[in-house]
Design a protein around this ligand. Structure first.
Ligand SMILES: [Cu+2]
Length: 194
């Protein structure tokens, strides 16, 4: 009864879930085509993402021959850190590593209850200096973020190793811990650890 009431109050949620299921199907298709995931199989039984325990491999896929990696960030994935999280993680709990020369696509979806953004910055997790041209979603008005239920993406190709952060530049959010770490490695494969 309570569940039905919640659903009727939030019609967007079920629409987003269908989107996620389609996304999972696309990941399966990619895996079948020989692309990698970061850490083993990561699909929930029934195809519906669980609200609290999503495997890390859902968030990073890559292709070692094409030198591409795709990072899926769901802002406000659930209530962890009061919603100031990507994929449920905050305060640098998620560390993504990509080799130099990979083209990295970051796909941001706002599943939270506030606007959010994502940008690659350098220096510190509270930096506002975007490290690569165009490496933010939205591409402009980064501090305004994208609205609830919206998606945006960007890509960039790092040319040198280094340590960066993917942060939400809506004012106050990165200070509240809405950031993850991005390591550009000299070689190897993309990886994600939490
Ligand atoms: Cu935010």
């Amino acid at each position: 009864m309570e569940r039905a009431a919640r659903r009727s109050m939030h019609p967007m949620r079920s629409r987003r879930r269908r989107g996620l299921v389609l996304g999972a199907a696309a990941l399966l298709a990619l895996a079948a085509a020989g692309c990698g995931t970061a850490a083993g199989a990561g699909h929930q039984a029934g195809g519906v993402p669980h609200a609290t325990a999503a495997p890390a491999s859902r968030w990073l896929t890559f292709n070692t021959s094409q030198h591409t990696a795709t990072l899926t960030l769901i802002a406000g994935y659930h209530g962890a850190n009061s919603g100031f999280n990507y994929d449920g993680y905050s305060h640098g709990q998620m560390v993504v590593s990509v080799p130099v020369g990979y083209t990295v696509t970051v796909k941001l979806t706002n599943q939270g209850s506030l606007p959010h953004s994502a940008a690659v910055v350098s220096g510190s997790p509270t930096s506002t200096t975007v490290a690569f041209a165009g490496a933010s979603a939205p591409s402009q008005n980064i501090s305004t973020g994208i609205a609830i239920g919206q998606s945006a993406h960007f890509h960039f190709t790092p040319k040198a190793p280094g340590t960066f952060y993917i942060v939400c530049l809506v004012p106050g959010h990165e200070q509240l811990g809405m950031w993850m770490k991005l390591v550009v490695s000299p070689g190897g494969r993309p990886s994600l650890r939490v």
